[in-house]
Design a binder for this molecule. Structure first.
Ligand code: G6P
Length: 609
């Protein structure tokens, strides 16, 4: 949700900014811009659309300078246009800034500033910041003017600011939107996440809320909003540059789908003790005794991570005996959640920065619940703010539509089930069985991925349809929802995910020969019921594509197309059944010529509520 990048040091800023924007583009891509300072001369360029448009516009123009800021936008206030693209500036074209977040009280501030004679050139909330800094700069130095401005602002921000009169300084500040400072040998690169930083350095400082840094080419001073200097730890990034590249795949999404066996392998590595039927989760060690007394788990998450949570509910209740509720994070904080010290609130988040999920965790903390996280991005806000947690280790996920993070989340939830289950009544035999089957999943996933060509053909066959129903029961009900979400997100066709049994209470009215159904019909405890549901669809002339268990010849006679997945433990089936749905959505969208990595209107990391 908007990406910002900045550089100060000995190198040319522009190439670092442009490369950074491309790597941050998954956070927003409706317009982009930069400002580069060369002494007291600041050059700003902006373009509507993706970063490539900005690149075309500057067309190898020589824009020298060792200090710069840049932004790729996901519009909140004001439609995508050059006027609304960042960087924004003050009246005197002295202060330039980029912002990720929302200034909630911008209307009042704008009103007052206009009364004082300031002329605004955009419809954004961000622009008030530049004018406020300008206003304060009349009385106090640049840094102090930024402090005073931030004291007046309500809302969230990751900010990078430059001032024509201070050409050796970059000021950054954070409140609610992520900011990472990369420490290079000859300067500093700052960004909304580590993606633009990793190719220059693996040493980073994660800014916390309420912190501001004054960065020069040689040093950086970090202070909190009480104006106290804070000593920050330098962390090491564990992602490599290669991991964040496409490696010859046409899209990140396909690369990430194909990487799932490896991602799951990495998620379970060293954590599964098959012989003892247990899971060792180092990140939960400190809270292990509290978890033993736990009566209830509330999972909060958004989007694909929410569907992972729903699968988790089935696992945790059936095998660990822990009552589990799953909530959209955005709803959780506005209800009156009933929490106590025997409740844990678990945030599931790939990015670790989703504003709704973060807010839910903060609310849970206020209510005294223990907070846990399943997070992929190391050092992200949710990872740092939860009491304990488990990292996914799935590697960077760049495609906006989540794939490998999802299956990795499912594998961590299976580990958590084992962990909590073995603290409770789960037998050694059952623990061992789950551990053995989970260890096999990466291999089984590969066999599903080997059918990518056949799945592509099925996607081509259905390319003319513009409505789909996705149905599944029990563990595969959330997978039906996730499958529908995938195709919606990247193909812009209408798809509904439903529990199979609910079909007869509404969606069945939609079914005719033009409304195909994707039915997840694996051989499990609800197989017979699922077959009856398929008959009901067929009786209404609906076309059916089934995801079925290898060896099931019966189903072939009932449906139009079948994609087979191998047999595994029922609770682990989602790790396999989702894969054909991801590939189906991918090929369906690519067949339409769409940019699957950057679907319209979406952003990978949604840092606004
Ligand atoms: C956005 C993304 C989704 C993602 C959701 C939650 O909506 O487009 O792919 O599932 O955010 O993100 P998180 O990082 O918290 O898992």
């Amino acid at each position: 949700m908007c990406g910002i990048v900045g550089y100060i040091g000995k190198r040319e800023a522009l190439p670092i900014l442009m490369d950074g924007l491309k790597r941050l583009e998954y956070r927003g891509y409706d317009s982009a811009g930069f400002s580069v300072a060369n002494g007291d001369r600041i050059v700003t360029e902006k373009a509507v659309g993706k970063v490539a448009e900005l690149e075309n516009k500057i067309n190898e123009k020589d824009i020298p300078g060792n200090l710069g800021i840049a932004h790729t936008r996901w519009a909140t206030h004001g439609k995508p246009s050059e006027r609304n693209a960042h960087p924004h500036r003050d009246c005197s074209k002295k202060i330039f800034l980029v912002h990720n977040g929302i200034i909630e009280n911008y209307k009042e501030l704008k009103h007052d500033l206009e009364k004082a004679g300031h002329k605004f050139s955009s419809e954004t909330d961000t622009e008030v910041l530049a004018h406020l800094i300008e206003e304060y700069s009349k009385q106090v130095p640049f840094e102090e003017a930024v402090w005073r401005t931030l004291a007046h602002v309500r809302g969230t921000y990751g900010l990078a600011i430059i001032d024509r009169e201070n050409p050796q300084k970059l000021i950054i500040a954070r409140n609610g939107s992520p900011l990472v400072l990369g420490v290079m040998d000859d300067g500093y690169v700052i960004a909304s996440d580590v993606a633009p930083i990793v190719r220059y350095t693996d040493r980073v400082i994660y800014l916390d809320d309420g912190e501001m840094a004054e960065v020069t080419g040689q040093s950086c001073k970090i202070t909190n909003f009480k104006r106290k200097k804070v000593k920050k730890e330098i962390s090491k990034i564990d992602w490599s540059v290669e991991e964040a590249e496409k490696k010859g795949y046409p899209h990140f999404m396909l690369k990430e789908i194909m990487e799932q066996p490896e991602a799951v392998e990495n998620s379970i590595r060293g954590r599964l003790v098959v012989g003892e039927g247990i899971a060792k989760l180092g990140g939960l060690r400190d809270v292990s005794e509290r978890l033993r007394r736990l009566k209830r788990l509330v999972i909060v998450s958004c989007g694909t991570s929410y569907y992972a949570g729903l699968v988790g509910k089935y696992m945790l209740e059936e095998y660990a005996g822990v009552r589990t509720d799953v909530e959209h994070a955005s709803e959780f904080r506005y209800r009156k959640p009933l929490l106590d010290e025997n409740t844990a609130v678990l945030a599931i988040s790939q990015s670790g920065e989703t504003a709704d999920t973060l807010a839910a965790i903060r609310e849970a903390k206020n209510k005294g619940a223990i907070t846990l996280g399943i997070v992929n991005v190391v050092g992200s806000t949710i990872a740092r703010e939860t009491d304990a947690g488990v990292y996914n280790h799935a590697g960077p996920e760049i495609g906006v539509a989540s794939t490998k993070a999802f299956t990795s989340q499912l594998s961590i939830l299976a580990l958590l089930t084992l962990f909590l289950g073995r603290q409770r009544e789960m037998s050694f035999v059952m623990g061992k069985r789950i551990a053995e089957e989970l260890a096999e999943i990466p291999k089984l996933m590969k066999s599903v991925l080997n059918q990518a060509d056949e799945i592509k053909k099925v996607a081509e066959k259905y390319s003319k349809y513009s409505n789909f129903l996705y149905l599944g029961r029990k563990y595969n009900y959330p997978i039906a929802m996730e499958g529908a979400l995938k195709i919606k997100e990247i193909s812009y066709v209408h798809a509904e995910g439903y529990p199979f049994g609910e079909m007869k209470h509404g969606p069945i009215a939609l079914i005719d020969k033009n409304f195909p159904t994707m039915a997840i019909a694996t051989k499990d405890s609800v197989y017979e019921k699922t077959l009856s549901g398929i008959q009901e669809v067929k009786a209404r002339s609906g076309k059916v594509i089934a995801i079925a268990t290898k060896g099931d010849r019966e189903i072939q006679k009932m449906v139009d197309d079948v994609i087979y997945i191998p047999k595994t433990l029922e609770m682990l089936t989602p790790l396999l059944s989702v894969v054909p749905l991801q590939l189906f959505a991918y090929h369906f969208a690519v067949g339409k010529g769409l940019d699957v990595d950057k679907p319209r209107n979406l952003a990978k990391s949604v840092t606004v509520e």
